[in-house]
Design a protein around this ligand. Structure first.
Ligand SMILES: NC(=O)c1ccc[n+]([C@@H]2O[C@H](COP(=O)([O-])OP(=O)(O)OC[C@H]3O[C@@H](n4cnc5c(N)ncnc54)[C@H](OP(=O)(O)O)[C@@H]3O)[C@@H](O)[C@H]2O)c1
Length: 318
């Protein structure tokens, strides 16, 4: 009889290592006594990113960040390895497009075999605490966070920035035909009052949405649901921009991020890969791809170490 295929329940954890800390042949680098930590740098980075698309000069503490036309943004003074890694990670968002430009970033936390949840929808938590903090930082950098209806139904998320210092984004539930109607009464984003929440639907369902949630909580998008039942996501992006929500974060799930990717609505994609094997779980990226490898996208990318995870930062508009 063939032996059953089995895996150890927990993969052995590697020794802790700081995000992108430089490897040293004689062991981990010793902290510099005068170096300032990431927690001190974060507010300056956050304010610089947010001010850039608001076209307002950021009021940055002295000796944190500086910008010059020939060098772009540079760190000022002495920072520890984690702070330097945070700067490197945020640099593309600091320089995203011309001042005042809008952009869309997405993130997915996935297993080595490309799943964002188990087959029952359990996704808490695929990634480690460092990646979770990064997720909250992305929320704090953005005006709005967008999630698909499947994520709201499965996770009932809060979508706040409770793990970091920064404003909560507007929460946007992408639900063209109001399939979440039965979930609304218990949805945390509609109950906690911590930040605005928008129920984004096709304009044909506007009246039903307003009757249930109130006009101030409905984003009715004309032409969102096409005749062939696909979504026109550029219209969602435009509708949010028309409300002054210019930095957008698409947080999942796999179906929603895949749709934004396939419709070329993303500027960057952060894929956080955890050393975990799920099997027949919910897929991450899935869309109708090219038949030949030569036609598949190989976007410019950088890899950041985040605890035991690896975060792939893909530049999708170059
Ligand atoms: N690891 C991560 O980074 C991450 C992030 C977010 C979520 N998740 C996990 O991903 C899973 C959800 O992602 P997903 O890709 O399946 O969906 P999703 O992108 O969140 O939402 C879109 C999908 O949900 C379907 N849907 C609509 N209403 C629904 C309802 N009331 N109940 C269930 N599904 C509904 C939609 O079907 P139609 O198009 O036919 O309407 C569409 O296929 C959850 O298990 C969540 O825990 C993981």
């Amino acid at each position: 009889m063939a032996a059953a295929f089995s895996l150890p329940r927990r993969l052995p954890a590697p020794p802790p290592r700081q995000m992108n800390a430089p490897a040293s042949p004689s062991g981990p680098a010793l902290p510099d006594a005068g170096a300032r930590p990431a927690a001190v740098l974060w507010p300056a980075l956050r304010d610089a990113v947010r001010a850039r698309s608001a076209m307002a000069p950021p009021a940055l503490p002295p000796d944190t960040l500086a910008w010059a036309p020939d060098t772009g943004w540079r760190l000022q003074g002495c920072w520890d390895a984690e702070a330097q890694a945070l700067f490197t990670l945020c640099q593309p968002l600091l320089g995203a497009g011309p001042a005042g430009a809008a952009w869309v970033v997405a993130q997915l936390g996935q297993s080595l075999d490309g799943c964002v949840a188990t087959r029952t929808g359990d996704s808490r938590f695929i990634n480690g605490p460092e990646t979770l903090r990064h997720l909250h930082r992305l929320r704090a950098l953005c005006d709005a966070v967008i999630v698909g209806a499947g994520t709201v139904a499965a996770d009932n998320p809060r979508l706040t920035t409770r793990l970091v210092d920064g404003p909560h984004p507007t929460r946007v539930l992408l639900d063209p035909q109001l399939r979440l109607a039965g979930h609304l009464a218990r949805a945390q984003v509609f109950r906690d009052g911590l930040a605005p929440t928008l129920w984004a639907c096709d304009a044909r369902w506007q009246h039903a949405a307003v009757a249930q949630a109130g006009a101030e909580r409905v984003l009715a998008v004309a032409g969102l649901l096409r005749e062939d039942s696909t979504l026109d996501l550029a219209r969602v992006v435009s509708a949010l921009r028309a409300r002054g929500l210019v930095r957008l974060f698409v947080e999942g799930g796999g179906v929603t991020v895949s749709r934004f990717l396939a419709q070329r609505c993303l500027d960057r994609l952060h894929l956080a890969v955890a050393p975990l094997i799920i099997g027949n779980g919910r897929p991450g990226l899935r869309f109708e791809g090219p038949a030949h490898l030569a036609d598949c996208a190989r976007p410019p990318c950088r890899v950041h170490r985040m605890g035991v995870d690896h975060l792939w930062d893909l530049a999708l508009r170059t």
